[in-house]
Write a protein that binds this ligand. Structure first.
Ligand code: NOJ
Length: 796
């Protein structure tokens, strides 16, 4: 195995447009370095007494300097660990950046940019003295279109999500910060995500009931990529899995994560997601967060003194205790965090307290308290974020040559999402940001909860458009109505002269702890669009959505709606990112990481709810059966021949791409017959049996830019396994390759997709292994899941 550092990743990516999958399937852990870190951890362990060992495994909730704290042990020079949310910026810090959300960077389909974001994120966390970023998030995967946290992750497709997770982990850890990939696993809805009280009775969390094949092929898949990439930590989730709490589930923690996937780092609980001591420790939980309290009892802890007692009474073995400590300490030494690590920035705590002190229900800190100095860690990341936001914007419709805009004299701008924020930027805490719709006025650049950040500034679309107008010496004028009720009531009397084009900005809020309730964008969006589309004198209305993900668009076929852009959650540079696209400074290249249906009823999965949660006292009432198995999102649309509005993988450009020649398939396995199961190894390495990661075939196509401007294409490979030898429930086709290829006008390049053993196999429940079905595979290559341009076959 070898270390894949930043330089290697980037240079390999630059050398060949075909290399992304190869690079991101390399192991991310350097074995020699790991062994040396383990030796250091072992040496430290020998100096610790049992109480100190237990102390390394539970947080200190009373210390609010970071989102999570592992206490220092000064006697042995251990400075403690600082854990911060995550995953798109430091949640409670000031002078830190708010990056593009997971769903935005996922929509770029660009591993290089995703890596770059991870690296920049890591630099900021390091700069603030955080040892661990609580991210990336790849659970929820997005099974439920209205899932409240889908936007924190990258895509509903495990293959795309897996590569994005891998690239993010590598970026973060290459900057010296530990990634904590979350939430493992099955945390697909926020409603009853953890246990609650109904009429004073404790009612268990939702149980995600998932069969073994679906678990492997969908929900655990991107976590396997994270482990392969070397994630040093994994956060177990709130929910139950097949009736066992995820943080005490021996099957998925010990069985799958640690044995099958060879994960050597530590499993940390989500906040208050631990529900037992010895049981959880023996099932594979290594660290209890935030400690030292449980859900209801602010003096007790499932770990801490309780763990000490469990070891003393023999309920947890001394070896297991040392294993837990070793798992926590080795990553710290592995990344060299014992040397010259920045101290914890003092502002984090203060930022949190200050926000609490001025929220309606909170304690107060005196007004004359001096502000602690905050370290500015933003560096030149604004430029990256601007670029990432534009790259994650998907052009869905563009008729009548509407975009890019060419020197319009008057632009009319509509919608509350175009405006500056009118209630401050404290998204993490302010009551004003309450779901379901968030604040009435201001651009939505991220969602709420743990995944949000504190904006040190935000560029609204209006601000960026006005700056553009100013730079044209005001030969272009910007007029606007940002009050949605005025727009919906078709009061356009304030707009003159008649605009050359109308821009409508819509937003959709989502936040941790609650699932979305509406498919359409918020704030009366459909009335707003219809109203502008029938008014706009030029008959050119452009709709831009800033959104957590899936929206239905009942107005999409309106002929006066001539362009649609899904801009997702772009982060602090939102206005600049979208203006770059509108004026063609950046050619759109984002593609949908999910399916947009014509009707919301076309989706087959929804939030599980009981009729009246406050009255349901049956502890086991919350059962979500994942009966659709593998058939979520485009796989479901394919299986049931439902035509989507905009399919998974779809995205337009200002230029035109074509595939030329034919699909070329080359075996690279070097064997006469390929074994059905991966050859066994003595011990699985991170990511599982290394043979699963071996490339068996290379598929090559040629992509050409036949338009007249430069742009980036996203050729995609969808694989169909031999129908006769796969079990029922196998999707008709699945994404198993993609690349992002920059092409000048007229340029053509070869793109190669390596197919690994895991990509071609299915999880055989009986054999408990990945089986490569015999027969003929169909390889489909195109520019979306429905825009297939070429086919080839592979016989195994
Ligand atoms: C709960 C969230 O589920 C998790 O994502 C976050 O990291 C922790 N809280 C800490 O804030």
């Amino acid at each position: 195995m070898h270390w894949t550092g930043a330089a290697a990743v980037i240079s390999a990516l630059l050398q060949a447009s075909c290399a992304s999958r190869d690079v991101f399937s390399d192991p991310g852990i350097n074995v020699d370095k790991w062994h040396s870190a383990t030796r250091k951890a072992n040496a430290l362990i020998t100096q610790l007494n049992i109480t100190e060992k237990a102390g390394l495994l539970t947080g200190n909730l009373l210390n609010l300097t970071c989102g999570g704290i592992i206490n220092a042990i000064p006697r042995v020079d251990f400075p403690g660990l600082c854990l911060q949310d995550g995953p798109a910026g430091i949640r409670t810090a000031d002078l830190a950046s708010v990056f593009t959300a997971g769903i935005s960077i996922g929509a770029t389909w660009d591993p290089e940019l995703i890596y770059e974001r991870g690296r920049a994120l890591g630099e900021e966390f390091r700069g603030k003295g955080a040892h661990v970023i609580l991210g990336p998030a790849t659970g929820p995967l997005g099974r439920i279109p209205l899932g409240g946290r889908n936007w924190e992750g990258f895509s509903v497709d495990p293959y795309l999500a897996g590569i994005a997770t891998s690239a993010t982990v590598r970026g973060i850890q290459d900057s010296g910060v530990q990634a904590c990939t979350k939430h493992y696993v099955g945390n697909e809805q926020e409603t009853q995500r953890t246990l609650g009280l109904a009429k004073g009775v404790s009612v268990d969390a939702i149980s995600s009931n998932i069969d073994d094949r679906t678990l492997h092929e969908l929900y655990i898949w991107p976590f396997a990529d994270a482990v392969r990439a070397g994630t040093l930590s994994i956060m177990c989730s709130y929910n139950r899995l097949n009736s066992t709490y995820a943080c005490e589930d021996d099957h998925t923690l010990n069985g799958i994560l640690k044995e099958e996937l060879g994960f050597k780092g530590y499993v940390m609980s989500d906040w208050f997601a631990t529900h037992s001591g010895a049981k959880a420790a023996n099932a594979g939980l290594d660290m209890n967060m935030p400690g030292p309290v449980d859900q209801y009892n602010f003096t007790n802890s499932y770990f801490g003194p309780n763990l000490v007692r469990a070891v003393q009474s023999g309920n947890v073995s001394a070896e297991r205790l040392d294993d837990m400590v070793r798992r926590v300490l080795t990553p710290y030494f592995y990344l060299g965090q014992d040397k010259d690590y920045p101290t914890i920035d003092p502002s984090g705590l203060f930022v949190t307290l200050a926000a609490l002190s001025y929220s309606p229900s909170a304690f107060s800190i005196p007004d004359d308290t001096p502000l602690p100095p905050a370290r500015d860690v933003r560096a030149d990341h604004a430029a990256l974020i601007r670029n990432h936001g534009a790259a994650g914007t998907v052009l869905l419709k563009n008729t009548k040559h509407t975009l890019p805009l060419k020197a319009p004299r008057t632009i009319a701008v509509f919608g509350n999402d175009a405006a500056d924020l009118s209630r401050g930027s404290a998204v993490p805490l302010g009551a004003a940001y309450a779901p379901p719709q968030g604040v009435p006025m201001g651009v939505q650049v991220m969602g709420g909860g743990a995944g949000s950040g504190r904006l040190s500034y935000v560029v609204s679309p209006l601000e960026a458009l006005r700056a553009r107008a100013a730079s044209s010496n005001h030969s272009m004028s910007i007029q606007y109505v940002t009050d949605n009720s005025v727009v919906a009531n078709a009061d356009f009397s304030g707009i003159y002269p008649f605009p050359d084009v109308c821009l409508v900005f819509l937003k959709t809020y989502a936040a941790e702890t609650i699932d979305r309730t509406s498919f359409e964008a918020d704030w009366n969006s459909t009335a707003v669009v219809n109203s502008v589309a029938s008014y706009c004198p030029s008959r050119k209305t452009v709709v831009v959505t800033h959104s957590a993900g899936i929206n239905t668009m009942p107005w999409a076929d309106n002929p006066n709606v001539t362009a649609i852009l899904a801009a997702h959650y772009p982060g602090q540079e939102a206005g600049n990112s979208i203006v770059d696209i509108l004026f063609g400074d950046v050619n759109p290249s984002g593609h949908l990481p999910y399916t947009i249906a014509r009707n919301e009823t076309d989706y087959n999965t929804e939030v599980f709810n009981v009729t009246d949660p406050a009255q349901v006292t049956d502890a086991a009432a919350w059962q979500s059966d994942f009966t659709e198995g593998l058939l979520i999102d485009y796989r479901h649309f394919d299986a049931n021949a439902i035509t989507p509005l905009y399919e998974f993988g779809f995205g337009l450009s200002y230029t035109i791409f074509e595939l030329t020649g034919k699909v070329n398939v080359r075996p690279v396995h070097g064997q006469r017959t390929i074994s059905v199961f991966p050859p066994k190894v003595k011990e699985n390495s991170p990511g599982g049996n290394p043979n699963l990661w071996k490339t068996l075939f290379a598929v090559t196509v040629k992509v050409r830019n036949t338009g007249d401007v430069a742009g980036s294409a996203v050729p995609q490979l969808y694989l169909s396994q031999p129908r006769s030898t796969v079990p029922a429930g196998t999707p008709m086709k699945v994404l198993r390759g993609f690349d992002k290829v920059y092409l000048k006008a007229g340029e053509e390049r070869n793109v190669s997709f390596p197919l690994m053993r895991r990509d071609m196999s299915f999880w055989d429940v009986g054999a408990s292994d990945w089986r490569l079905p015999r027969g003929e595979y169909i390889v489909r290559v195109g520019f979306s899941s429905r825009d297939i341009r070429m086919e080839g076959t592979i016989r195994v």
